[in-house]
Design a protein around this ligand. Structure first.
Ligand code: SAH
Length: 352
């Protein structure tokens, strides 16, 4: 057992089975044994690799999309340039480099990062010395907000429910012979899932992310009041259906219950839930990441960068372009949703 498994088992022995969301929160954010709280999980030596770590082109193109949205809204000054869960700070650093030549953008931008992990805050401070940090979106300034979140919402704890008649049974983490196991609560009707009675049947599993509604409302209300735009990028689909909880360790899938705190735990993002909680800001339907990046000109940018590369560097660059955009890689699994004021032009790259 990992040290965290013993802590969680003791908690269950004391107070009974816990929700998957409580389990995920312990695994990811426990102050001394949590996955994000204790390490830098990114890159080849870590457990997974994210788009900004694959290629600088990802952050550059997102930066240009946000900068165009800022210009289209009349260059509001000053404004908040925010990122949720910035990891190593690579994406924001690429955004800032790519937007240097946009007149007035840097002078007007105040960089705000929302991050809970002290280890990752320290890494981000090296890449982004001038940023301001927040533990939650609630303290972001009341100002025009241009925001990015890449692979942030998939790290938020989820609860899982299985339809049973007009009620739901919740999947819970319990104990059997001193080992963590999954069980089901008794069925009960649930106001939270009222809206899913129409599109699910007996035995269907749906996931909800309890932290998502308030976070999206905080972002969307700033955008609706002061202007701005948010680009939220993650793996997932329009509506949650089926078990998407997964644990990754050393780039391999592992059982989510066996190594708490030592593996990354994620779930697919339900983009319909983001849209549902975003009004009064407007949103588009989701755009596949590959289509989004192609529309923003990733092929031209890739060719320009390729001119100064050769040999292994060139091969890695070509592979990175493919990895970000190809339907068999991240191109279709990852989606983008944009939030922006009802009267504004959408940030470029999104489906109309
Ligand atoms: N966006 C980065 C990192 C993604 S990993 C990239 O694309 O490489 C998820 C990030 O979200 C980590 O930085 C993690 O510490 C942070 N995070 C997870 N849950 C959070 C929460 N509730 N509040 C703030 N940050 C959180």
């Amino acid at each position: 057992m990992t040290p965290l498994a013993e802590i969680i088992a003791a908690r269950i022995a004391r107070t009974g089975p816990i929700t998957i969301a409580d389990y995920m929160a312990e695994c990811l954010m426990h102050p001394t044994h949590g996955y994000y709280a204790t390490r830098d999980p990114f890159g080849a030596a870590g457990d997974f690799i994210t788009a900004p770590e694959i290629s600088q082109m990802f952050g550059e193109l997102i930066g240009l999309s946000l900068a165009q949205a800022w210009l289209d809204q009349g260059s509001p000054t000053p404004f908040t340039l925010a990122e949720l869960g910035p990891g190593r700070g690579t994406l924001m650093a690429d955004v800032l480099r790519a937007t240097k030549a946009v007149p007035g953008f840097h002078a007007a931008a105040k960089v705000h990062l929302v991050e809970t992990s002290a280890t990752l805050k320290a890494l981000q401070a090296k890449a982004l010395p001038l940023a301001h940090w927040h533990d939650s979106v609630t303290t972001l300034p009341d100002a025009p907000l241009f925001l990015i979140a890449n692979e942030f919402f998939d790290a938020l704890p989820i609860r899982q429910f299985i339809r049973d008649g007009d009620g739901w049974r919740e999947r819970m983490v319990g104990l059997e012979d001193d080992r963590l196991t999954l069980g089901l609560s008794a069925p009960a009707p649930l106001a939270l899932l009222e809206h899913r009675l129409a599109d699910t049947g007996d035995g269907d599993l749906v996931e909800i992310c309890p932290a998502l509604p308030a976070m999206v409302q905080q972002i969307a209300s700033r955008i609706a009041t002061h202007g701005g735009a948010a680009l939220i990028i993650d793996y997932g689909d329009w509506t949650s259906l089926g078990d998407t909880l997964q644990a990754l360790r050393g780039h391999d899938h592992v059982d989510p219950l066996t190594t708490p705190g030592a593996a990354d735990l994620t779930a697919h993002v339900d983009f319909a839930e983001i849209a549902r909680h975003a009004p009064p800001a407007r949103h588009t339907r989701v755009t596949p990441q590959g289509v989004f990046l192609e529309r923003l000109g990733i092929t031209d940018r890739a060719q320009a960068l390729a001119r100064s590369l050769q040999g292994e560097g060139l091969a890695a660059h070509i592979a990175a372009h493919r990895r970000l955009t190809h339907p068999d890689e991240m191109g279709t699994l990852f989606k983008v949703i944009g939030l922006y004021p009802a009267t504004a032009t959408p940030p470029p790259g999104l489906d109309p």
